[in-house]
Design a protein around this ligand. Sequence first.
Ligand code: HAM
Length: 431
Amino acid sequence: MTEGKTEKRSYRSPRGLRDVLPQDVGVWNRLEEVARRLAGQRGFSEIRTPMFEETELFTRSVGEVTDIVEKEMFTIKKGEHSLTLRPEGTAGIARAYLQAGFAKSAPMQKLFLIGPMFRYERPQKGRERQFTQFDIEVLGSLDPRADAEVMHLAASFFEELGMEGLELRMNSMGDGEDRDRYREAIREFLAPKMAEHCELCQSRFTRNVLRVLDCKNPTCVELHQGAPIILDYLSAENRAHFDEVQDLLESLDRKVVVDPGIVRGLDYYTRTVFEVHYPALGARSALCGGGRYDHLLSDLGGPDLPAVGFAIGFTGTLIVLDQLGLKSGLIEDVPDVYVAAADDDGRRGVFEVAEELRAGGIGAVFDLEDKRMKAQMKAASKGNHRLAIIVGSDELARGVVTLKDLVQRTQTEVERAGIVEATRLALASTE
Ligand code: HAM
């Protein structure tokens, strides 16, 4: 391009990223509000960690031989440093917990985070390259009540939004010795079929055999039918933990489906793993995934402290809310009052009345486009405001304004001087 000349072109957001437009922000706010309320009621404190971390934090925690680390990280190289946009929240929270000294000062922490995560996935329904997670973590406890508490919380989040038809599925990944025995059994099961597997599975077979089971390739999925299940390899202790979590959930009348197929795509899990599914979404039906990660803190250089948590993805949640026709019920309230100018003299009056109402704690808007009276009233009812206040020169001269109830379709004149009180009364009567 020659200097001084700019080519005219338009721009779009990068693939897999999207804008949340004003008409949708209300629903997002409701999701966050429900998340914060449920977490707060249960003693979880909010934590905010950076959007990117040292790349090694993720290779160490999520695992080298995982889809996330092998294919999906947005990595930035700056000089000597390799930095990665966080693909998930748990690693950063565990790092922050250790860095803040909680492991010594207050090892029992209940934390939550709401924020964007980044994965270079093939964009498709329910999968984006930037997506938001509500992440819950209980650090410092091995108590099965912690597992049951977070699982119940995950399911309650969806119920609180009015969603039905979801399934809470759980499995155990065992730990230590039982995992070793299971790995061996899987290796034996897969070995004779390896030649028929995809290339990625073949390379994973030697590097991290359990990750072969993650493959979504239909041929490989077929080959995995009849594979040994880890529940048959659990130690008595881990079996007791698994049973106790189920008992606790049962005591809350929470239905859980035991699903030996849940292997989770991240390496840090031990014992309890679970997912919340909306089966009608098909292959990618998980709206939430989580579980225990009892060795992550020590793998990241801290003491041997257990932990359990989950992350709910907002992308899938919003799709299901839409499918169930629940989105419109979650839209945020609009300001109660539309202040309309009946004539030119009313224009300043409208401005003053709106500010007076706002100072009195009442939401109010007015027209900035010089619309005629009729168009202003149309905007007032289209905008779902509850009241219109009409300000005109005649009325102002008499010290009054007109108050129109847009729900009950009545109208009265009220004293200009007592406008805030009169509006409050009128709003109370339309409740
Ligand atoms: P995850 O299963 O990888 O677990 O992700 C949790 C949820 O985030 C998924 O069930 C899905 O709803 C959503 N999600 C994941 N990737 C995408 C994407 N590309 N687009 C839209 N939504 C997506 C974790 O991230 C763990 N850190 C959960 C955890 C917390 N485990 C223990 N503590």
